[in-house]
Design a protein around this ligand. Structure first.
Ligand code: EPZ
Length: 416
């Protein structure tokens, strides 16, 4: 039952509530390690990546309680020990535990983090910047050990923007001695949510949402209650599902102000977008228009996490389009799968050229990573006939019960 059977051709209709942000929840949960007391994180999505992060926190001696979307973490009894490799290895965001553990205990050993197959995803920027804050790093086969007696601030000039590196350095800096400057810092909304959480807990951070963060170390952070914002990538995913299948869907809590580049592109392709006070009303049309050229980049540019989804929409629309991926070196994994469904896509370097005039038909296709898997589900909603998306577990890393959510909107699909 690690697959989804999808019977295409059904329009979507109704409302779906957008879950809390995976990529905001994960660094915030890592940050609770630094706080002596009970933090309450609300609107935490019920997805496998969060499950693995909670397991890691428990393996470090934290007390973790989950009450639906509310998670309570008590890091008072932190006792550093090896983290279960099956959780560290399975997801990339385990690396943000590095900054938190160095800040709290001065020591961390872990395997190199895992993640998707979308690229090499090294952590050289993380480790080089931490060295400038006084950390000694010993790299060995498959992992590293980092130690520091007292983290000190530094002016950290990164060679390029990195979300995870920015997160790790923020966690290392908030209780370090002195001032830390991070530039260029990532500007993603998930970074801003992390800064909001830490500031509520007493950190002194300026520049959140800009490319330059200035952090003045404080002696300690205090336990807080914090609500995770809605997931802009999940909202974009359901927008694409509606554009593929047609119909009208209200995306409750969708953070439209964080989705400008995505909504501009969707409107250009013919989607109806109405901004309400508590969400987005989206309408998919039978025959959309071309996306023209989409180029992914760092926020606020078009997000790489929705690149596969918009490729699926383009292929389903029968229009031509060009999609350039500039963040990861191997993020066109769904192209062979879309070809199996009848798409005509040519790859030249970092650009995918989708040929117009094709009609998708259902096929058995393989999810190979989180967002590509969701894109194949969206494409299958538009396809003629029945199809199957295998390796559902990749999709469950980031989406709360995608089958149930789409069924409630009128799609015809089932676990297989
Ligand atoms: C975060 O990954 C997200 N993951 C990704 O979402 C997202 O696609 C990515 O940011 C870009 O927005 C989480 O937040 C858990 P990066 P991250 O560091 O931090 C290279 C999803 O689907 N790089 O900004 O790993 C790296 O290889 C996931 O939810 C180095 O070379 O992204 C990549 O090419 C997928 N050395 C580029 O930088 C380093 O030390 C950007 O990576 C660090 C990164």
């Amino acid at each position: 039952m690690d697959a989804i059977r999808i019977y295409g051709g059904h329009c979507l209709d109704g409302q779906t509530s957008i879950q809390g942000s995976k990529n905001a929840s994960l660094p915030i949960l890592a940050a609770t390690l630094m706080i002596n007391g009970v933090c309450e994180i609300e609107n935490c999505p019920e997805i496998s990546d969060v499950y693995h992060m909670l397991r890691l926190l428990e393996s470090l001696g934290c007390r973790v309680e989950r009450d639906g979307p509310c998670v309570r973490v008590d890091a008072g009894g932190l006792a550093v020990c090896d983290m279960p490799s099956d959780s560290v290895g399975v997801m990339r965001s385990s690396v943000t535990l590095t900054g938190a553990l160095l800040a709290r205990t001065g020591s961390v050993c872990m395997e190199y983090p895992g993640g998707c197959v979308i690229g090499a995803r090294p952590i050289d920027l993380h480790l080089n910047a931490l060295r400038q804050m006084g950390v000694t790093v010993e790299e060995r086969d498959g992992g590293f050990c980092a130690r520091v007696s007292r983290l000190h601030g530094a002016v950290l000039k990164l060679p390029f923007v990195s979300v995870g590196t920015t997160e790790n350095l923020i966690l290392a800096a908030v209780t370090a001695e002195g001032e830390t400057v991070i530039e260029p810092a990532a500007r993603e909304p998930e970074i801003q949510a992390l800064c909001d959480f830490l500031s509520l807990a007493g950190a002194r951070i300026t520049g959140s949402g800009t490319g330059r963060l200035v952090i003045r170390g404080v002696t300690a952070l205090r336990p807080v209650r914090f609500r995770v914002p809605a997931d802009r990538i999940v909202a974009g995913t359901y927008l694409c599902a509606c554009m593929c299948a047609g119909g009208r869907v209200f995306l409750k809590d969708a953070p439209a102000d964080q989705m400008e580049s995505v909504l501009d592109c969707a409107a250009r392709m013919g989607a109806g977008i109405v901004r309400e006070s508590d969400g987005l009303l989206v309408t998919g049309r039978e025959h959309g228009w071309s996306c023209g050229r989409i180029v992914t980049g760092c926020y606020p540019a078009f997000p790489t996490d929705l690149q596969s989804l918009f490729m699926a929409v383009t292929a389903a629309s029968g229009q031509a389009g060009e999609i350039q991926e500039t963040v990861f070196e191997n993020r066109f994994r769904i192209v062979p799968e879309l070809r199996r469904m009848g798409a005509d896509i040519t790859l030249r370097g970092s650009v995918a050229y989708v040929k117009g005039g094709c009609r998708l038909h259902g096929a058995t296709v393989e999810a190979q990573e989180l967002r590509g898997g969701a894109a194949l589900v969206a494409a299958s909603l538009a396809a003629e006939g029945a199809g199957t998306v295998t390796n559902r577990h990749y999709i469950d890393r980031g989406y709360e019960d995608i089958v149930q959510s789409l069924r409630e909107l009128g799609a015809d699909l089932e676990p297989a």
